[in-house]
Structure formats: structure tokens, C-alpha cells
Design a protein around this ligand. Structure first.
Ligand code: FAD
Ligand code: PYC
Length: 416
């Protein structure tokens, strides 16, 4: 990584960034690739990176209709944790957690992964029973987790209102110390730079508008810049996955919903961990530049507009003020939305399809940022070999026929 002294930085600022190197090329699409990835978010870029790095498959294009990382990757609230209930999901998210722990070194790019711990609050006896169960399951899977009482929560997060006088007093929490946050756009840029350096073509401002399929085999994709051939295509398009699946005549069990977030004006450091409450229904962390990063649940209706509605913002901020009364005078700076693709069991789809060579990585709903390196890693393996990586296998679309669903609504909780 290039490093600049203070003088070097000033010189570059005054030279209007003259001689700065591009992070990645801007290639003209080739007529044919070995693999096409549709969607240049974190998951698509990670897939391309691991295809090149771990499988030596470098004749790869990532086709992105907008700009790299401009979808949910740039719109999420960056919470990373692996405290999922069922073995299959826990293994998938813990695989990602282990990759997060070495990611900045691997990419030689600082993704600002900060293991500041994640608290999931309990406000009722049933919450506490669910927390106990999930922490036990996590520990049996070798994942760090503790059950805390009210006093221990207060010690970790003094700014949280833990008094008995609230509408839903805090009875305790689960605590995952290895959880935390990472800088979302740096994750996209790090994977993009790494993939490009290994020979992957990153093709922006190019939309996939159709699929060419003959005798049950994918032959390539129709794009706004013409047809591009490949006999292996991985669709990693988050909220637009249902639209892409329809182009191939496939109906996926997905709903697309807006999910919103807000950031406040920057304030002095007050919150050095991540706090989530399924029950009061809000979550908050503080970014390194001081903003409070806030969110809650999806807007109830389906849609593809990346915004969301006012009642959800109001509901979210009511929850935040209830948990953190001292935040009531902080002003909100910005609000935005992304389109999340939710599955009936709140788990993702990592799967082959009835069309030979066509694969989908989607359904991450409100919680896929934390999975980014793990998802890309197992999906690359799946595309390279043509059959599912053992960690990905339980997340096949066949589960919606066999009934072998993996219900993670509890772990996905706060945002669903
Ligand atoms: P994206 O980043 O959305 O990438 C998909 C890309 O596909 C987009 O760039 C899109 O432009 C492109 N595309 C779509 N259709 C086409 C087409 N036809 N042709 C070409 N390109 C196409 N997860 C967490 O783990 N922790 C959180 O704290 C968290 N908070 C969230 C908060 C909000 C407000 C939102 C919206 C989401 C949150 N998530 C969180 C979920 C997380 O953001 C997503 O699950 C994850 O980022 C999905 O990554 P992706 O690469 O699959 O999707
Ligand atoms: O999955 O941890 C999560 C999450 C938090 C906010 C949105 N998703």
C-alpha cells in the first residue's frame, strides 16, 4: 500500500491528484469470459477476488449496472457478528468472521475492521431464554458469546438506560466480543483492487437486461453494451435478484423491501460498542468520525425504490431515544435506504439453479454485510467446481422444496 507523509499528502492535494494511480482499470468488455459475476457489490467483488486468488480463474468479468459497492454494500450499517443459532448458519457466518480477522492483511487494504463487541439486549424473560439458548449454541460451535446481566451491560455501555423505570427494562444481553464493525466502502474497494490486480475485468455502468439460455445451459448475458458470453454466470444482485432470476425463467422465494438507516451529526465518543435491541427495535453504534449510526426494521411493503417511508424513521428514533435518552437532542444528518432481498427463513441462497452454469448468491436480506468475505469465498469455490462448497450446501434453493429451512429470524431479528 502506498503511504504518504503529511508533506506528501499536501503536495498531492495541491497537484489536484495528478499522477495518482487508478485503483482498478476501466476495461472494455471482452466478447467472452470463463465466468461472469452480475453485481459489483461486496459479495460479487469478493467472489471474483477469491475465484482469481484461490482457484486461478482470472478470465472473469464483474458486471455492475451502477458503480462498484453502490448498492447495499455502501448503504448498510456495517455490523459484523457470527452469533447465529443453527449450526449451518453459524458455520457460514463464523467462516466469514475468521476471514474478516485477516482481511486487511490479505487485501493489503485497511478495511477498518473494529472488534468492539456486539450487545443483543433482552427485555423480557422470553428474550433472556432465547439469548441463553443462542449463546449456548454458539459456544458449542466454538463461537465466542456470553450472557450478561443488567449490571454487566451497564458496565460495557454506560450511556444505555439500564434503569428499571423504562417501558421495557434491560434484563441482560448476549455479548459477542469478536463482533463489531468494518468500513463498508473500503471492503468493496479492497476486494475490487485485489480482483483487478489478479486480472478480473470490473465493468461498471453496464446493466444485465437478459440471459441467453439454450438447451438448459447459460450461454451469456445481454447487457446495455451488447451480448457477453460465459458458460458460468453467478448472480449476486441483492434486492434485484428476483428480477434477474425472472430473466432466466426462475422464480426465487424472495421479497424485496426497503431497509433504512440514519446517521447523526458527529459527536464526541460516547459509544464504543454496538447495541441492538430486537424488542424495543432499534440499534446503534458510533462511527470513527463520531456519527451515531442508527437503524431498525424493513419498511413493510415491497418495492425497488432505495428510500423508505417516514413512519419507519419515526419508529426507529423513538426506540433509540428510549434506549439512549441522552441522544434526544442530537440532530440527524442523513437518512437513506437500500433494497434487501429477504427469504422466508431469513437465510441466504447460495445455489445452482435448474439452468446449467447459472448460480445465485442472494437472499441475505438485512444481514449480509457481515458475511461478505465468507460468502464470496464459498461462492467462488462453488462456481469453480460446479457444485456447492460444503458450507454453502445447506443454503441451496432445494430447501424450499424439501422443507429443510434454517430459521434464523431470531438472529436476524432487529432489522427484519
Ligand atoms: P449489493 O451491495 O446491493 O450489490 C448488488 C449489486 O448488484 C448492486 O451494486 C447493483 O447495482 C447490482 N445489480 C443489480 N441488478 C443488476 C443488473 N441487472 N445488472 C448489473 N448489476 C446489477 N448487513 C449486515 O451484516 N450488517 C448490517 O449492519 C447491515 N445493515 C444494513 C443496513 C441497511 C440500511 C441496508 C440496506 C442493509 C444492511 N445490511 C446489513 C445488509 C447488507 O447491506 C447486504 O446484505 C449486503 O451488503 C449485500 O451485499 P451484496 O454485494 O450482495 O449486494
Ligand atoms: O445483521 O447485524 C445485522 C444487522 C444489523 C442491522 C442490520 N442488520
Amino acid at each position: 500500500m502506498q503511504r504518504y507523509s503529511g508533506f506528501g499528502l499536501a503536495k498531492h492535494a495541491l497537484s489536484h491528484n495528478e499522477n495518482w494511480q487508478r485503483m482498478w482499470r476501466n476495461p472494455t468488455p471482452k466478447k467472452k469470459y470463463d465466468v461472469i459475476i452480475v453485481g459489483g457489490g461486496g459479495h460479487g467483488l469478493a467472489t471474483a477476488y477469491y475465484l482469481a486468488k484461490e482457484h486461478g480463474i482470472t478470465n472473469v468479468a464483474v458486471i455492475e449496472k451502477g458503480w462498484l459497492g453502490g448498492g447495499n454494500t455502501a448503504r448498510n450499517t456495517t455490523i459484523v457478528r457470527s452469533n447465529y443459532l443453527w449450526d449451518e448458519a453459524a458455520e457460514l457466518y463464523e467462516h466469514a468472521m475468521k476471514l474478516w480477522e485477516g482481511l486487511s492483511q490479505d487485501l493489503n487494504y485497511n478495511v477498518m475492521f473494529s472488534q468492539r463487541g456486539v450487545l443483543n439486549l433482552g427485555h423480557t424473560l422470553q428474550d433472556m431464554r432465547d439469548i441463553q439458548r443462542r449463546v449456548n449454541a454458539n459456544r458449542l460451535n466454538g463461537i465466542d458469546g456470553e450472557v450478561l446481566d443488567t449490571q454487566q451491560v451497564k458496565e460495557i455501555c454506560p450511556v444505555l438506560d439500564c434503569s428499571p423505570n423504562t417501558r421495557y427494562p434491560v434484563l441482560g444481553a448476549s455479548w459477542q466480543p469478536r463482533g463489531g464493525v468494518a468500513r463498508h466502502d473500503a471492503v468493496a474497494w479492497g476486494f475490487a483492487r485485489g480482483a483487478d490486480a489478479l486480472g478480473v475485468d470490473l465493468i461498471q455502468q453496464t446493466e444485465v437486461i437478459g440471459m441467453r439460455i439454450e438447451d438448459g445451459q447459460i450461454l451469456g448475458v445481454e447487457t446495455t453494451r451488447g451480448f457477453i458470453a460465459a458458460e458460468t454466470v453467478g448472480c449476486v444482485a441483492a434486492g434485484n435478484s428476483g428480477v434477474l432470476a425472472r430473466m432466466a425463467g426462475i422464480k426465487l422465494p424472495l421479497e424485496s423491501h426497503p431497509l433504512q438507516a440514519l446517521v447523526s451529526e458527529p459527536i464526541k465518543p460516547v459509544l464504543d460498542t454496538v447495541v441492538m435491541s430486537n424488542h424495543v427495535h432499534g440499534y446503534c453504534s458510533q462511527s470513527d468520525k463520531g456519527d451515531l449510526v442508527i437503524g431498525a426494521g424493513i419498511d413493510g411493503y415491497n418495492g425497488y425504490g432505495q428510500r423508505g417511508s417516514y413512519p419507519t424513521i419515526e419508529h426507529t428514533l423513538q426506540a433509540i431515544v428510549e434506549m439512549f435518552p441522552t441522544f434526544s437532542r442530537v440532530r440527524m444528518n442523513r437518512q437513506w435506504g437500500g433494497i434487501v432481498d429477504t427469504c422466508p427463513d431469513a437465510c441466504p441462497i447460495l445455489s445452482a439453479t435448474p439452468v446449467k452454469g447459472l448460480f445465485f448468491n442472494c437472499g441475505w436480506g438485512t444481514g449480509g454485510f457481515k458475511a461478505t468475505p465468507g460468502s464470496g469465498n464459498v461462492f467462488a469455490w462453488t462456481l469453480a467446481k460446479g457444485y456447492a462448497h460444503p458450507i454453502a450446501a445447506p443454503f441451496s434453493i432445494d430447501r424450499f422444496v424439501s422443507g429443510k429451512l434454517i430459521d434464523e429470524h431470531g438472529a436476524a431479528g432487529v432489522a427484519h
